[in-house]
Every structure is written in structure tokens, then in C-alpha cells.
Design a protein around this ligand. Sequence first.
Ligand code: FAD
Ligand code: DLZ
Ligand code: SF4
Length: 517
Amino acid sequence: MTRLHLILGDQLSHDLSSLRDYRTAQDVVLMAEVEEEATYAPHHKQKIALILSAMRHFAEELRARGVTVDYIRLEDPANSHSFSGEVARAVARHAPSMIVVTEPGEWRVLEMMEGWQAAFGLPVEIRPDTRFFCSREAFAALSRRGKTGRMEYFYREMRRQTGILMRGDAPEGGQWNFDPENRKPLPKSARLPQRLRFAPDATTVEVLNLVARHFPGHFGDLAPFGWPVTRAQALEALDHFIADALPRFGDVQDAMKAGEDFLYHSLLSPALNIGLLSPAEVCAAAEAAFHRGDAPLNAVEGFIRQILGWREFVRGVYWQEMPGYAETNALGADRPLPDLFWTGDTRMRCMAEVVDTTRRTAYAHHIQRLMVTGNFALLAGITPKAVQEWYLAVYADAFEWVELPNTHGMVLHADGGRVGSKPYAASGAYINRMSDYCTGCAYDVKEKLGPMACPFNYLYWDFIGRHESRFAANPRMAMPVKGLRAMDPTRRAAIRDEAERFLASLPSSGTSWPRRG
Ligand code: FAD
Ligand code: DLZ
Ligand code: SF4
């Protein structure tokens, strides 16, 4: 009897658990391009193009290996445009004895899958996603041992378990974490590597045209499109990063520069998250560069920590805390998302730069996401749901399992401290130290109040003031609370007024940007 193996757009890995026992003579793989997935969040045009092109390439690779692929294109007239609808139609076509899937990356889709057994009267086997270092069960077991409260302790446990960057029982170089060496601004003399981008082939060009026709109102530019869409391209991108960017990745990991989108970052998150690369092979490539003497330990440890530590940690938190996690709003933030997040129309140069990068590339690096747009959303008290929808929509690498804990946890502290022990709130001084944005900004980063003052300065103190009693109870926020309490009351009132006036002046249309054309 035929088994129906469903593969989703972020499951493009030949060693996927749902493909493990595929039988060439009997079984069928179903892949479906559906509008529901392109519109449940208003995804950036490049993100949709990336996934559809990579799906089409992957289907061809499967066929070349003798797999029967039932591939439903977006413009197929009979397309029902949802996963459930396409599984229902495939069940009618193939009369399978069972449905096999790998667990998805979103709670929403898992819930959908859990309803299929009853809906179709067939067994549905939902297999663990084995493409991570730490399974959901292993994370739960580590939690029982008290190892998942903070990323750092989870990460050390992952280092011990995998042996990555270990010398026996001790961390390579005698230290677990080299972060203090990785916070330098970009030197003026820095020579940035030429980044490897991939010219669209015929399949990608076809998909780019499809996206232009179907989703013209979505956020973001479609061209230039340079993301890897096959495993072969993703492996090339990995080699390029290891050789040309990893050696300098560490020192200036937190730096930002106007007009430079990528600096020394890997740009590998889209390929990792859709399954073209595995986290294990990426970490192994970085570790090998260290052992060859091609990259220093601070760079390699800093890079591996992002994947073996943060990426695995946020996935564990996502599955442990959902579905309630998506509803968290510990700081009671209730302001709508200002339109400038979509338009970039602001005199704040840092915000305009990051929104512009995002629009052109469907990418921004971590510090831009955390300390510019994220910091603004935190200080302004924007409602977590709106911020979360924005981050899920605008980045090519955005999938809820990784995006939600970064947004609700790391950026907004909406989860009350599950991901981070304190909010990453900062005034303009931080952005000035780590970037060149403030030079040429309409505001003055040194001014604290008045029409020329950098908005981050008064927004910062207003934020501390709004949450004074909560932060007073957090030892890691003791310094800013002390600073606020040392301020004279007239200054505090002026800060509150200035912040309120500034925030009230920001247009917010109340609806999210992209309306489909
Ligand atoms: P590099 O700087 O080269 O880092 C290497 C890899 O480490 C990345 O490819 C990524 O796989 C991993 N990584 C780094 N930081 C994190 C992190 N905080 N959490 C999980 N993995 C991490 N990353 C996503 O993959 N998808 C998202 O939807 C996403 N949303 C984010 C939202 C916010 C508000 C913030 C602050 C961060 C978010 N991140 C997300 C994490 C991080 O910003 C991106 O992984 C990174 O910018 C991707 O670029 P890169 O591949 O060049 O990363
Ligand atoms: C994001 C996305 C988009 C835009 N389109 C599709 C699609 O047409 N077909 C598909 O199988 N997957 C798509 N995806 C990825 C899914 O949204 C993703 O697999 C789920 O959110 C689970 O992580
Ligand atoms: Fe951003 Fe303030 Fe610097 Fe302008 S002065 S770029 S608003 S931090």
C-alpha cells in the first residue's frame, strides 16, 4: 500500500526523518505551493521566492533519485491553497494507507497535522525532526536537570554532549565564551569581503515572476535576489563564509556600518532554516577552520555559540512554552507598530538604514535586529503581537520556532525573563559606539532632551521609568534604576513628555503593511 510522505517548504533535507523509509516502488512524496503559507504572515517577496524556488529544485533532486513526487504548483487551477486541502486531494488521488510527516517548525502547523488522522481516517505518523542537535525530548530532560534556564548553561551542556570545541572535559582555550573579545566597532580601515550571491537560474527566474504576479503588495524588493536555493549552492556559501568572513566574524560581530548589509556575518540562516545545510556540518566546518589555524578561537567559538547555543536553545524554549508563549506580554506593551517599520520613513538614520537593508535584502544581522529595530520596539512599548508579525514577515530566515523566542524573549522581555534575565534596552550611546549611523543623522546622539535630541535617549529613560518598580526588583537592572532615581523630578517629567510627544507623532495605520495585490 502507498504511503504519502508530505514535505514542507522548510524541510528540504535529503536525510529528513519522513523520507527515511521511503519505498521507491510504492510511495509518493507530496509537496505543495499554497497561498495560505505565503499569506498567514505578510512575508517579504524574497522569502516567498526563496522557499518556492528551493522547493522546486528539491523536488527535481528527489526525482533524480527515483522518488515519485506529486508536486502542486501555486498556479495549478485545482490548488486548494492550504496544507490540509492539498493533503485531502492527495489522499483522494493516491488512496494511501498512511501519511508520514516530519514535525513542522510551527505550533500552528503541528495542530493542523494532529487533526489529519480524524479528518482523513488514516494513521498519521509525525516523526521527530532529527536535524537539530537537541531533540524536544532531550531539551525536556535537560530542563528537568535545571540546564535550560539560561542559554549559557544549556550551551555548555551541548558542548559537553557533542564534544565540539572541547579538549577532554574542558573547553578549548580554557574558556566557554569569548564574547568580551567580540564587541569591537568596525575599524575604519576594515576591508570587507566580497559576498557570494547566486544569480537566479531559470527555475528561480520563473518563481520570481510568479511572486511578482501573485504577491505584488507584499513588503520588500524582489531583486536583486541572491540566496542559495539548492544544497550545492548552500555548500558553496558555507565554504565562502569559512574562508572569507569567519576569521574576522568574532571581533566585530556586534558592529554596524551604514551602506554595508552583511559585514562578516555568515548569511547562512535561510539555508539552515529550510534544510539545505545542517547545523552539525556548519559547526564542523567552523571548528575545522580553527584546528587548521585558519580562524581564531574567539571567532569560531562566537559563531558556533550562535548555532549550538542560541539556535538550539530558542527552539527548545519555543516547543516547551507554546502555545501560551505567543500570548505573553509581561511589560503590558500596547502601542501599535509605527508605519516607519514598513516604510523606513523616519529622520532616525539607524532605523531608516536597518529598514532599508531589510526591504532590499530580506536580511539584517543580529545586532541590527536586536539593538536598532528591536530596541526601538522595546522602548516604545509596541505590542508584542505586532512586533512578532513584523519580524516573521520581513526576514528570509524567519520561521516561528526561532523568530518568536527572539522577539518575545530576547527583544521585548514579553516572556518575563524566560529567554533573557534582563531586557537589552539601550540609549543612543550604544548605537553610536557600535556603528557610524549617528554621523549624518538628523538627531544629535549627545543631546538628551529637546528637538535635536536622539529619540533613543529619552525613550530609554522613559522606558526605565515606566517599569521602575519591576526593574528595581531585578539586580541586573539596578544601575539604570539607580540612575533614574538620582534624576530630579522636573527632568523626569520632561523626559516623559518628550517621549510621549515623539511617540504620538509617529503615524501608524493600524493595519500591517502589505495588502495583497
Ligand atoms: P550569523 O551572525 O552568521 O550567525 C550564525 C548563525 O547562528 C545564524 O545563521 C543562525 O542560524 C544562528 N543564530 C545567530 N543568532 C541567533 C539567535 N539569536 N537565535 C537563533 N539562531 C541564531 N534567526 C533566524 O534564523 N530566524 C529568525 O526568524 C530570527 N528572528 C530574529 C528576530 C529578532 C528580533 C532577533 C533579535 C534575532 C532573530 N534571529 C533570527 C537571530 C539572528 O538575528 C539571525 O539568525 C541572524 O541575523 C542570521 O544571519 P546570519 O546567518 O548572517 O547569522
Ligand atoms: C513560508 C512558506 C511559504 C511562503 N510557502 C510555502 C509553500 O508554499 N509550501 C510549503 O510547503 N511551505 C511553505 N512555506 C513554509 C511553511 O510555512 C513552513 O513549512 C511551516 O510554517 C512550518 O514551519
Ligand atoms: Fe539613531 Fe540616535 Fe544615532 Fe540618530 S542619533 S542614528 S536616532 S542612535
